[in-house]
Design a protein around this ligand. Structure first.
Ligand SMILES: [Zn+2]
Length: 198
């Protein structure tokens, strides 16, 4: 097993470092060797990304539609990310797009009783929106519970990186999508510069 922190940041080589599912969706177009890769571009990639995200695979005939719906939501949430950072609020347009997906989803509640105690179990059925509805739910939950925290929504400080993340650190000083991916590279660059100047 790799003991470096990348373990929690990369799943099957795909970035999951946003801290929230909807941010990980935005991070599904990473820049690899200078070119943007779309991790949802083909049915195979889509299936791999869903598995890494822990999302249910849609049934075969609905797969293409589910992929397009998720890619469209990604576009929508990119704008929402910028809006949140700029204004601190979710626009009505973003809420409308999210609500279209949530309207078709279903939440089931069940009280489970075990020897250790009772537990209220919530099951989310995304409905025809598929994985996009699950991401819409994550975004809605984020927007409803992180009021005033939009300054913690950040883009990686590496100009050659397009990752975004939620900085959950106590002092909110995180600059890099990940120390292993971008932070160390920057440190090495600075070290080399100092060596060259010495
Ligand atoms: Zn980065």
């Amino acid at each position: 097993m790799d003991s470096k922190p990348t373990g929690s940041e990369l799943r099957n080589g795909m970035p999951f470092l946003g801290g929230h599912l909807w941010l990980d969706l935005l991070n599904s177009t990473p820049i690899v060797a200078g070119a943007e890769q779309d991790l949802l571009a083909t049915p195979d990639r889509f299936a791999r990304w869903l598995a890494a995200a822990g999302l249910q695979q849609p049934e075969k005939p609905a797969e293409g539609q589910a992929r397009r719906t998720l890619a469209a939501l990604r576009q929508r949430l990119r704008t929402a990310f910028d809006e949140l950072r700029a204004t601190g609020t979710v626009s009505k347009t973003a809420a409308y797009a999210v609500n279209l997906l949530l309207a078709q989803a279903r939440v089931e509640l069940r009280l489970e009783v075990a020897a250790s105690g009772a537990q209220l179990v919530e099951t989310f059925d995304p409905g025809p929106g598929g994985p996009a509805a699950a991401v819409a739910r994550d975004f809605a939950h984020f927007a409803a519970t992180h009021a005033g925290a939009s300054a913690r929504l950040k883009a990686c400080a590496n100009p050659a990186c397009n990752m975004v993340f939620f900085d959950a650190g106590k002092n909110a000083t995180r600059r890099w999508c990940s120390m292993a991916l971008c932070g160390n590279r920057e440190k090495i660059k600075r070290y080399r510069k100092r060596q060259a100047e010495a």
